[in-house]
Design a protein around this ligand. Structure first.
Ligand SMILES: Cc1ncc(COP(=O)(O)O)c(C=O)c1O
Length: 349
C-alpha cells in the first residue's frame, strides 16, 4: 500500500499551515509516520478513499466522533443540500434554530433554554461564560478535556503536569495570560476527595464544576450524584460536557444513564453528523444570564448546522443509534476477548 501522494501533500501543508492540520488528533504522524493516509477524497458510510486511491474501513474514530450515522449520511445530506439550495445565510434568522431548540429540550426535560455554537470547545467556552456570569465567581473545577480556549489551558499555567491523566496531558499554555493562573483546578473521575479539596480551598470563589459524565470508566459510589450535591452546596454551576458522550449511550447524553441532571449540558460533534453544530442546553434561571454578558457570533446563525441537527436527532431516534452502537461495540469486544484468550495476551477493555 502506498500513501506517497498523501504524504507529499502533507509535507507541503506543514510548510503552509502550522502543524499541517487544524486538529491535533488528525496529524498522521501520531498514527504511523510516512504510512498513515493523511487525506481523504471520499468518505461514505464507514468507507474512506484516500488521495492515493486506497480504500479503508474506518475502525478509528469516524471523524473524531462526529459521524455516528456514518459519513455522508443520505438523510442528513438531503436536508443540508435542501438548506443550501434555499439559502443557508440571510439577514433574518432561520426557523430550524427554534425547531432544534425544541427537539433538544424535549430530550432534556430538566432544561428550558438553549444557545447554539459550532464546535465543542467554543460551546464549552459559552457554557463557562454563562456559568461564571450566573455564579458571579471565577473559579472552575474540572475533570477531562474541554477544548483549546484560554479558560481551560490556564490549568497548565502553574505546571504543564496539571492535565496529567486527563484526555490530553502536557498541553502548552503559551499565549494564555499568566494572570489566569489559579482560576481553574483539575480533579480526576471517581475521585470525590480531590473535588472536596478544591471546594474547601477555593470557598466562595468556585463558580463552576465541569466534567464529562462518562468517558472510559463507569461512575463508582454514586460519583455523579455526589458531584451534583457538592456543586449545590458550594453554590457552583454544574456543567456536563456531552460533546463526545452525547449520543452514544442514550439519546440526550450519558448523564441519562445515571439519572443525574446538570445545570447545563453541552453537545457538539455527533449532533451535526459532520456538519458543525453545537448546543448549550440549561436551566432557565442560569441560561438567562447569557443576556447579562456578550455572547454573539455571525455564523452561529447559519442554517446548515440547525438543519443537520434536526435531521440527525430524528434519525438517531428512528434508527435507535445507541442500541446499534452497543451491539457493534459488544461484537468488537467479543473478537478482542477471543483473540486475547487464544494468544494468551492479558487485555483490559
Ligand atoms: C469531551 C470533549 N469536550 C470538548 C471537546 C472539544 O470539541 P471541539 O474539538 O469540537 O472543539 C472534545 C473534543 O475532542 C471532547 O472530547
Amino acid at each position: 500500500m502506498k500513501t506517497t501522494e498523501g504524504w507529499n501533500l502533507y509535507e507541503k501543508a506543514k510548510k503552509l499551515i502550522p502543524g499541517g492540520t487544524q486538529l491535533l488528533s488528525k496529524r498522521p504522524e501520531l498514527f504511523a509516520p510516512g504510512l498513515w493516509p493523511p487525506y481523504a477524497v471520499d468518505a461514505k458510510g464507514c468507507t474512506i478513499r484516500d488521495l492515493d486511491g486506497n480504500s479503508f474501513i474506518d475502525m478509528t474514530t469516524m471523524g473524531i466522533g462526529t459521524c455516528l450515522l456514518g459519513y455522508a449520511d443520505p438523510a442528513v445530506n438531503e436536508t443540508v443540500i435542501n438548506a443550501v439550495r434555499r439559502g443557508s445565510m440571510s439577514s433574518l434568522n432561520f426557523p430550524e434554530e427554534v425547531e432544534l431548540a425544541e427537539l433538544l429540550l424535549e430530550l432534556n426535560p430538566w432544561a428550558q433554554m438553549t444557545r447554539f455554537a459550532r464546535t465543542g470547545g467554543e460551546a464549552l467556552a459559552v457554557a463557562v461564560r454563562i456559568a461564571r456570569a450566573c455564579s458571579g465567581r471565577v473559579g472552575i473545577a474540572f475533570c477531562g478535556y474541554h477544548g483549546w480556549h484560554d479558560w481551560y489551558l490556564a490549568a497548565n499555567l502553574m505546571s504543564t503536569g496539571t492535565l496529567e491523566k486527563h484526555l490530553l496531558p502536557g498541553l502548552e499554555p503559551k499565549g494564555v495570560p499568566p494572570q489566569l493562573a489559579g482560576t481553574v483546578f483539575p480533579f480526576h473521575y471517581n475521585n470525590i476527595s480531590e473535588l472536596d479539596e478544591i471546594i474547601s480551598s477555593q470557598g466562595k470563589t468556585l463558580g463552576v464544576i465541569i466534567l464529562e459524565p462518562l468517558r472510559y470508566n463507569e461512575p463508582k459510589d454514586d460519583f455523579l450524584l455526589e458531584v451534583k450535591k457538592k456543586a449545590e452546596t458550594a453554590g457552583a454551576v454544574l456543567v456536563f460536557d456531552e460533546v463526545t458522550s452525547g449520543w452514544r449511550h442514550t439519546l440526550g447524553g450519558a448523564h441519562r444513564l445515571f439519572g443525574v441532571t446538570p445545570d447545563i449540558a453541552v453537545y457538539a460533534k455527533a449532533l451535526g453528523n459532520g456538519y458543525p453544530c453545537a448546543a448549550i442546553v440549561g436551566r432557565e434561571e442560569i441560561m438567562k444570564t447569557a443576556q447579562s454578558t456578550f455572547i454573539s457570533s455571525t455564523y452561529w446563525t447559519e442554517r446548515v448546522g440547525f438543519a443537520a441537527g434536526c435531521t440527525v436527532l430524528k434519525e438517531f431516534k428512528r434508527r435507535n443509534v445507541p442500541q446499534l452502537l452497543r451491539n457493534a461495540g459488544e461484537a468488537v469486544q467479543a473478537v478482542w476477548r477471543k483473540c486475547a484468550g487464544e494468544s494468551g495476551i492479558p487485555i483490559t477493555i
